[in-house]
Design a protein around this ligand. Structure first.
Ligand SMILES: Cc1cc2nc3c(=O)[nH]c(=O)nc-3n(C[C@H](O)[C@H](O)[C@H](O)COP(=O)(O)O)c2cc1C
Length: 217
């Protein structure tokens, strides 16, 4: 059987079963991890892809996919600090994330503040990337207008020649951000639009540090 019909029937099962308060884990990171591991285990396409929204100085939001590369007390991804998102997140360190696991009729939404990861963390992750991507991080002036593709390709070739025979160092303008959530919502699609939604909100008065509430769909 192909993967798609299997996922279709799994989606139908999840919609039937729904999400119950009693089965939620106290810690939203543990709950996220359970859903994330599940999405990976059933071979959804790029379950670590997430839509990240930042806000410009004029208040205009802007969204794009990035890849989740770390999960600790926040959601970590890597990018170019001088890109549009990099500049916006540095100037206005608040972000929203959405994991669009539509194939499972699920989504997870995160709202929070943003910090840069340490230089050591960025170095460590950069060192694991394929050499071509490392060179690409130097060659791409991410988000800037460019006359044509040859500009990028020649910059890539020049950078490749510059670092020939040596490890490619991490560009100073490239590194990670961590989104530190104040809210995490788990959404499970159900029949007749009677979806299940649970929102965890940071709340120091709660024994677990998070308040859990069911939301209308
Ligand atoms: C599935 C997917 C994953 C992506 N992952 C990243 C990523 O981890 N980091 C990144 O900088 N760009 C990533 N991109 C490209 C971004 O979506 C975006 O085009 C780029 O970062 C420039 O965004 P900006 O101009 O809004 O700053 C990804 C794109 C897709 C479709």
């Amino acid at each position: 059987m192909s993967a798609a019909p299997e996922l279709d029937s799994l989606r139908a099962e999840l919609q039937e079963k729904g999400l119950r308060r009693a089965e939620l884990l106290d810690d939203p990171f543990a709950q996220f991890d359970a859903w994330f591991e599940f999405a990976k285990s059933v071979n959804t396409h790029e379950p670590h892809a997430m839509v990240l929204s930042s806000v410009g100085a004029d208040g205009m939001p802007s969204s794009r996919h990035v890849l989740l590369k770390g999960l600790d007390h926040g959601f970590v991804f890597f990018t170019n600090y001088t890109s549009q998102k990099g500049r916006e997140l540095s100037d206005h360190p608040q972000a929203s994330i959405c994991f669009p696991w539509n194939i499972l009729s699920r989504q997870v939404r995160v709202v929070g503040t943003v910090e840069r990861v340490t230089e050591a963390e960025s170095d460590e992750y950069f060192s694991t990337r394929p050499r071509g991507s490392q060179i690409g991080a130097w060659a791409s002036h991410q988000s800037e207008v460019m006359a044509d593709r040859s500009v990028l390709e020649s910059r890539w070739a020049e950078t490749d020649a510059r670092f020939e025979g040596m490890d490619v160092p991490r560009p100073p303008h490239w590194g990670g951000f961590r989104v530190l959530p104040s809210e995490i919502e788990f959404w499970q699609g159900r029949q007749s639009r009677l979806h299940d939604r649970f929102r965890y909100t940071v709340d120091a008065s709660q024994p677990i540090g998070w308040r859990i509430e069911r939301l209308n769909p």
